[in-house]
Design a protein around this ligand. Structure first.
Ligand code: HEM
Ligand SMILES: *[C@@H]1O[C@H](CO)[C@@H](O)[C@H](O)[C@H]1NC(C)=O
Length: 329
């Protein structure tokens, strides 16, 4: 009995120690729940409070945090590379064509300042990107998502690679599915993530090719008429703030109205509309249109995968003091 116990203990020891040894030797850690529990216990609360305050003043900030997560995490990693501004060494990802229309970046500074005054140089900008999206989703009536933390911030921008990772508004569905598949998100998850287009806006620049010179026949004619009213010129001035709401009925609610609209040929972008016509995605569109709970479950699952796309952890990267600049610059 006693020798047996000893033997078991030895085996357990090896099982317990091996992962630890591996972790130290690679200097790599995993994301974990409540990573700031010891170093900044109120971190998640401060983010939520600030995101809520901002939402109450400018509702569309919550919308921006969701798009930020997509544009940051899809390009290589969730590392806040998106937030770096142009300096003499860096060209910002915000200047890429695919970042067109992104807004509210200055309010990331408001969240960061609140954290810095409580615990300086402790909470990464990459975790701010993730958690602000998580909290924004709830404010917009979406699901509550339990999210891990411990991401570190990049020291570089990947502006040259943005177009490779972020699809265009008129890309084919097979290309869109491939992009998401390359970061481990399946067809069902991709259909759910595009449900983020249940909130926010699209500028005319991204719509006019479906309206002029002829109306895209897959677009509902009355809706096309309405969109032409919103976007009267085939060549909109990119600086003019001409846009259409993503979802005319519930523009500030993250719900399955988006899928109902797709089924009535009222998808705004070409990629949106293709979700309903492509045979590989349409069954999921139909199911999400009838079941908001199912949409929310799939949205949560896929958003988590997106938010954990190859993060920098442990001693990789850094914790920026100012989300707009690499430290020591
Ligand atoms: C095939 C993939 C996608 C494409 C091609 C795409 C494209 C676009 C475009 C063209 C806009 C309008 C920009 C403008 O004119 O102002 C937009 C807005 C938006 N996108 Fe996506 N998107 C995709 C996936 C996603 C995903 C996965 C999310 C988040 C989970 C997301 C969240 C948003 C949000 C929240 C807005 C509204 C932004 C605002 O009102 O400020 N998108 N997207
Ligand atoms: C997609 O839209 C862009 C403008 O945003 C345009 O230059 C390009 O030709 C379009 N591509 C296709 C395949 O229609």
């Amino acid at each position: 009995m006693a020798t047996n116990d000893k033997h078991c203990f030895g085996t357990i020891c090896i099982f317990l120690l091996l992962p630890l040894v591996l972790q130290f030797s690679y200097g790599k850690c995993e994301l974990q729940l409540n990573y700031y529990k010891e170093s900044c216990p109120r971190a998640e609360e401060i983010i939520k409070e600030t995101v809520t305050k901002l939402y109450n003043k400018h509702g569309n900030t919550a919308v921006s945090w969701i798009r930020n997560l997509f544009h940051d995490c899809m390009v290589k990693s969730c590392d806040a590379s998106l937030l770096l501004e142009t300096t003499k060494n860096i060209v910002s990802e915000e200047t890429a064509d695919r970042s067109f229309g992104m807004r509210n970046f200055k309010y990331i500074g408001t969240i960061k300042e609140a954290l810095e005054s409580e615990c300086p140089s402790t909470v990464s900008c990459a975790d701010i990107v993730a958690l602000s999206a998580r909290d924004g989703i709830v404010l917009l009536g979406g699901p509550q998502i339990e999210m891990k933390t411990g991401r570190k911030d990049s020291k570089e921008s990947y502006v040259a690679e943005v177009d490779e990772f972020i699809p265009n508004h008129n890309d084919t569905m097979s290309l869109v599915l491939l992009r998401f598949q390359s970061i481990g998100i399946d067809v069902e998850g991709t259909v759910a993530l595009l449900g983020a287009h249940s909130v926010g806006r699209v500028h005319c620049l991204n719509l006019v090719n479906r309206l002029y010179p002829t109306v895209d026949p897959t677009l509902d004619p009355d809706y096309a008429q309405y969109l032409k009213g919103r976007c009267p010129s085939p060549e909109p001035d990119p600086k003019a703030v001409e846009y259409a709401r993503n979802d005319r009925d519930t523009p500030m609610v993250l719900d399955n109205m988006y899928y109902k609209h797709l089924l009535s040929h009222m998808g705004l972008l070409l990629v949106d509309q293709q979700l309903a016509s492509d045979p590989s995605t349409s069954p999921f569109v139909e199911k999400m249109a009838t079941d908001n709970g199912y949409f929310h479950d799939q949205f949560s699952r896929a958003l988590l995968l997106l938010s954990e796309n190859s993060p920098l952890t442990g001693d990789e990267g850094e914790i920026r003091k100012d989300c707009r600049y690499v430290n020591g610059n």
